[in-house]
Ligand binder design. Sequence first.
Ligand code: FAD
Length: 306
Amino acid sequence: MATFGPIRAFVDDIADLSPNFRRIVFTGPDLDSLVTGSCFDQRIKLIFPTSGSLPVIADGENWYREWLEIPENERGVMRTYSMRYLDRKNDQTRISVDFVMHEMDGVSGPAAQWAKNAAVSDEIVIIAPRDGAASGGIEFNSGDADRIVLLGDETAAPAIARILEDLAKEQSTVPCTAYIEVPTNQDCVTIDAAPHHGVTWLPREGALHGSRLAPALGWDVSDDARISAVSPDRAEDDLVWETPAYSSAGECVSDISAPVHGTYYWIAGESGVVKQLRRFLVNEIGVDRSQVAFMGYWREGVSMKG
Ligand SMILES: Cc1cc2nc3c(=O)[nH]c(=O)nc-3n(C[C@H](O)[C@H](O)[C@H](O)COP(=O)(O)OP(=O)(O)OC[C@H]3O[C@@H](n4cnc5c(N)ncnc54)[C@H](O)[C@@H]3O)c2cc1C
């Protein structure tokens, strides 16, 4: 088996954690090749069947090109998710993914729809780092920061939970505070964070998306004459992705790829919201870009591309 490329897995368990989170556990013999250990915000790709069956994609470095060559109505849809858990127990490897069950006016996306209808033993394709492969897909890098702030909406909640639990496992003594905006009070799910790490849940309860996150950064939106509300802005379809080492906007990336002191900010969620939070933090407060990672995880009104 190659060190990178798609592998098949099947649904082992399904649990509704809250009104808006459904946990789906995947297993299968091919998952034994995955890298275990701290995964922090490790992103993975999932391919969902759209025409009843999954595409057959050869294992190996060129899997993406091969997948794109399959006719669109046969190749399924690919979406990005976070690994909430990756466990190896009793010779069985299991990946848990927490799906946000988003739906607006009865319409959701193919991934959320698949999760809604999923049943035990349903098959899926997973692309995740394997033993022996060059690692990739982990953005969290707090370097030598004195303090960590994690902030995101419900799509970032699984990654934030994993980061907190991995920091606890690694016995990190760096103070860390997480702010997680979720649709309702019932979506404040369990996170086994270290006692000295704080988790503040911010239920939206009908308020504007992102409006609970801004004050957590010290931004009093109601007092800001220039931007009256933090909400998705519809200027472009692309996801914002600005980390100390990479800039989707083509900004100059510094030689410093992780903080050497001060506060490290890890921020993810709806792209337009993330962009506005970035504007506040970098342009208004003057936080250095080596201290921040801003990642658009989805875009309001835009269906993601594989
Ligand atoms: C690195 C990374 C990690 C991620 N981790 C997770 C994760 O662990 N769990 C998770 O649930 N998501 C996660 N996401 C977000 C997920 O990939 C998107 O929400 C994706 O759009 C879902 O695909 P879909 O097929 O359901 O909807 P799409 O076909 O992409 O979109 C259809 C419509 O639904 C809207 N939409 C999409 N997502 C949401 C949402 N969450 N709330 C409201 N409306 C939405 C779109 O704007 C569009 O109008 C992650 C994304 C990235 C980049």
